[in-house]
Write a new protein. Structure first.
Length: 65
């Protein structure tokens, strides 16, 4: 990943961490990480992380609407 792409991602991460939902977001990330930690297949780990990210985005979207 090039540096131009990292800055917006880090900025977005900082915005998420100051979000009122930060504790719930962190809990969901932790839960996905624990599940993925025991999986040796990288494609399955990636699917777990993507599913968690989509779940978090849906939660944020529903809270803001």
């Amino acid at each position: 990943m090039n540096n131009r792409r990292r800055v917006p991602i880090l900025r977005t991460a900082a915005e998420v961490l100051t979000d009122p939902l930060a504790d719930e977001i962190a809990a969901r990330i932790e839960k996905a990480a624990r599940r993925a930690n025991f999986i040796h297949d990288s494609a399955v780990r990636r699917e777990i992380c993507v599913a968690a990210a989509l779940d978090i985005l849906a939660m944020i979207n529903s809270e803001r609407n």
